[in-house]
Design a protein around this ligand. Structure first.
Ligand SMILES: Cc1cc2nc3c(=O)[nH]c(=O)nc-3n(C[C@H](O)[C@H](O)[C@H](O)COP(=O)(O)OP(=O)(O)OC[C@H]3O[C@@H](n4cnc5c(N)ncnc54)[C@H](O)[C@@H]3O)c2cc1C
Length: 440
């Protein structure tokens, strides 16, 4: 009988890893602690719960995340398949109805003959082959159990954006448009004049924030800074960041806005919208007071307020080998955010790779890592070669890829990216053929 693999954590990475293992004929026991225990951010019983935004970001291959989507589709990714099947309108982004998405993943995993789901909190690592995918909010008991194996885990904070009911907004003020696109567009946009923008920034800076605990050290992931932290960095920071007005025209005409708050559709029916890039650590009362001062938001009803959570990850460059395996405990694979990437898709991508690597080991086969010219390979290479002292979780981006030969420095960025994307997909094809036939 082929070895059974224990996958710990039924999130994005764990479900993807279980799926890749099972599709290669390997039996899986998938442990998920919900509903016995919930982290501070998880609330539903379903697997692969999206705890914050409902977006998998750009689906365009001129963008490295869009390329990663495509590579995962070519490897029969469960997470990408479920995302495509529960997609909601969001311009060039791949955004999903989070409830349908989680249902699709749960049904696929629960319905697979080679996967057994065990709903319990794991507090000791099981024997044998293990994929550890317990995410940034790994339960305390397990974090303690793996501490001797992982050294000092690092941690920082990232935050949840507020979500409002669409029918509580004022559409005399708010307009619909997608950046750089004509027509109605998928986003709701709140236009601000110069005065309104600076008044908002001043409110953010003065507002009451949720204090950090004494033992907590605030190391924010740069791409996920709370808006009040951005506001404190400079009065114009937000206007060049999440509130930038470029490419957004009010179809009704009038003065171009000085800044814009964008709201993105959250569910299939368009009942809920979340404020894009508005992660925050403001107190709830302050969020209500300050966001309701924005034009068109005076009657806003909040479905969810922003908040902030711990994020646990390990120093992968020293801890893991090129196949996401613990250097000192072969057969223990780390996947998802805990292995040092950032983002839903990147976490699932590491689950996919860990599943493929663990399946090969269970089957007594050899596989190599994907070429570094692919998005999957570039992510792995980032984990392997970063400076351990300054190591931080990273979103996939073209800066992680090896440069193209003979590429003129003057080549426009979009064209350069598209060439890197074409190279990646060409290099991925032979690798896909080596990583095992996929069973039903
Ligand atoms: C608050 C917050 C907001 C975020 N917002 C975004 C965002 O908007 N967009 C984005 O791209 N990324 C976001 N991230 C980052 C990251 O992409 C997500 O956390 C992502 O879900 C990570 O995937 P994962 O599979 O590694 O972990 P998770 O999806 O968190 O899955 C881990 C699973 O393991 C389970 N588990 C934990 N401990 C145990 C245990 N001891 N035994 C059994 N099961 C256990 C958990 O219940 C959970 O289901 C956010 C992270 C946090 C913490």
């Amino acid at each position: 009988m082929r070895e059974l693999v224990s996958v710990i954590g039924g999130g994005l990475a764990g479900c993807e890893a279980a799926w890749q293992l099972a599709r290669r004929g390997v039996r899986v026991r998938l442990y998920e602690m919900k509903p016995v225990r919930f982290s501070d951010a998880h609330t539903s019983e379903g697997l692969a719960e999206l705890v914050c935004s409902n977006s998998f970001r750009s689906d365009a291959e001129s963008n490295a995340i869009g390329l990663l989507h495509e590579e995962m589709r070519r490897l029969d990714s469960l997470i990408l398949g479920a995302a495509d099947a529960s997609r909601v309108p969001a311009g060039k982004a791949l955004a999903v109805d989070r409830v349908r998405f989680s249902e699709q993943v749960t049904e696929a995993v629960a319905g697979h003959a080679r996967i057994e789901i065990v709903r319990e909190e794991v507090s000791e690592l099981p024997e044998g082959l293990v994929v550890l995918a317990t995410g940034p909010l790994t339960s305390d008991a397990l974090a303690e159990a793996i501490r001797p194996l992982c050294g000092d885990s690092l941690y920082f904070y990232d935050s949840i954006s507020p979500t409002v009911y669409a029918d509580s907004l004022d559409y005399d003020v708010i307009f619909r448009a997608s950046r750089y696109e004509d027509g109605d567009g998928d986003y709701l946009n709140i236009p601000l004049s110069r005065e309104q923008y600076y008044a908002f920034v001043d409110e953010l800076v003065r507002a009451e924030k949720v204090p950090l605990h004494r033992f907590e050290k605030a190391i924010y992931f740069e791409a996920c800074l709370p808006i009040e932290v951005m506001a404190e960095r400079g009065r114009d920071t937000l206007a060049f960041g999440p509130m930038k007005p470029v490419g957004l025209r009010d179809p009704r005409g009038g003065q171009p806005p000085f800044a814009v708050v964008q709201l993105r559709q959250e569910d299939k029916t368009g009942t809920l919208y979340n404020a894009v890039g508005f992660q925050t650590k403001l107190r709830i009362g302050e969020q209500r007071r300050i966001f309701r001062k924005l034009p068109g938001m005076s009657g806003a009803v909040f479905a969810r307020y922003g908040s902030s959570h711990r994020n646990t990850f390990v120093r992968s460059p020293v801890l893991l080998d090129a196949e996401l395996q613990h250097r000192e405990r072969p057969g223990l694979y780390l996947a998802g955010q805990i292995a040092g990437v950032e983002g839903y898709v990147e976490s699932a991508a590491l689950g996919l790779l860990a599943g493929i690597f663990a399946a090969a080991r269970a089957r007594g086969e050899l596989v190599t890592a994907p070429p570094p010219t692919t998005a999957l390979g570039a992510l792995l290479a980032h984990l392997g070669r970063s400076n351990p002292e300054s190591f931080q979780p990273m979103n996939v981006n073209y800066g992680l890829f090896p440069p193209m030969d003979g590429q003129a420095k003057r080549t426009p960025k979009r064209e350069r990216n598209l060439r890197m994307s074409a190279r990646a997909l060409a290099d991925l094809t032979p690798w896909v053929e080596t990583v095992g036939a996929v069973l039903p």
